[in-house]
Design a protein around this ligand. Structure first.
Ligand code: SF4
Length: 302
């Protein structure tokens, strides 16, 4: 493959992509030509504040433009009968009492598509112009060694995927590639321990730990998620308006109970397993959890 014309960071604004941004600014990783954040419109205030800080303290001083792109507001679109809505992975209680899960289309619609469109535009060939063969941008994606199975080649010829964390030396266990814990340690020692989890406020993939944290520390966002959960019980508004109602009832929590009554104080088997990790890492894990990356939604973790 020819050399990439641009090197672009896919900025999810969570732990791994923030680490890549800082390492590039510190010249540990190659410099970036641009960073793109795909905004679903429903991140927490913490995430938007984190983005602002990254822009002010990392991207602007380094001369790297940060582009915030959007394909709509995922929460508003779900409740608006006139909006096109790409379904969220809502937990369904079927009429026969069985469990179901709606197909996840939101990551592609609200994150990947706007990201790809912006990359094409930066290459000089926005939709509908065809990108000449051979011209491509390298998309830097923050995937750590513990989730290497999420690394995939690009599905479009104008983008190539690069996973810089997978090849970095200096991991705590001496192996090639940084783990999430290596990233957390780097963030802590470089003044970015407040890096938040990046994902939609009401993502149905949230763990009990995430819901508890939202309830206990971000009451405004928790109330917003609870209100949304009530509002989507019969599925998305457009489907109902078009005479295609949901068969069954939809919930944000996997217990298929209303969010404000769901057993979120119960530790899942994964949480118990994580409590066996060393105390330092456990503290960091509580502080900063995984989020939804455009290229590898991490919302299902837990
Ligand atoms: S965080 Fe959840 S709801 Fe939001 S785009 Fe990712 S999978 Fe969809």
């Amino acid at each position: 493959m020819t050399r990439p014309a641009l090197r672009i960071l896919s900025l999810g604004a969570g732990v791994q992509s923030t680490t890549v941004a800082l390492l590039a600014a510190a010249h540990v990783l190659p410099p970036l030509d641009a960073a793109i954040f795909a905004d679903t419109g429903w991140e927490t205030d913490e995430v938007y504040a984190h983005l602002d800080r990254l822009e002010a303290e990392v991207f602007n001083p380094g001369g790297t433009p940060l582009y915030r792109v959007s394909a709509g507001h995922i929460r508003d679109d779900a409740l608006n009968p006139t909006s096109r809505f790409a379904s969220m992975p809502l937990h369904i209680r079927n009429p026969d009492g069985g469990d179901g899960l709606l197909r996840r289309q939101c990551t592609d619609q609200y994150k990947l598509r706007p990201l790809k469109q912006k990359a094409r535009e930066l290459l000089g060939y926005p939709v509908p112009y065809a990108v000449p063969r051979g011209l491509h941008a390298e998309m830097q994606i923050g995937i750590s060694r513990d989730e290497f199975h999420r690394a995939r080649d690009s599905d479009v010829q104008y983008l190539s995927s690069a996973f810089p964390l997978l090849h970095l030396p200096g991991a705590a266990d001496g192996r090639e590639g940084w783990t999430r814990q290596d990233c957390l340690r780097y963030l802590r020692t470089h003044g970015w321990s407040t890096t938040p989890r990046s994902s939609c406020v009401g993502c149905p993939f949230h763990t009990n730990a995430h819901w508890r944290n939202l309830r206990d520390t971000q009451p405004k966002e928790w109330a917003d998620a609870v209100a949304f959960d009530h509002a989507i019980r019969a599925g998305n508004a457009r489907g109902n308006a078009r005479g295609r109602p949901l068969l069954g009832t939809a919930y944000l929590h996997r217990s298929r109970q209303p969010l404000d009554q769901a057993p979120i104080d119960r530790a899942t088997p994964r949480e118990w397993a994580e409590r066996q990790t060393d105390l330092l890492d456990q503290a960091a894990e509580t502080e900063i959890e995984n989020g939804c990356s455009p290229w590898s939604c991490r919302g299902g973790r837990g």
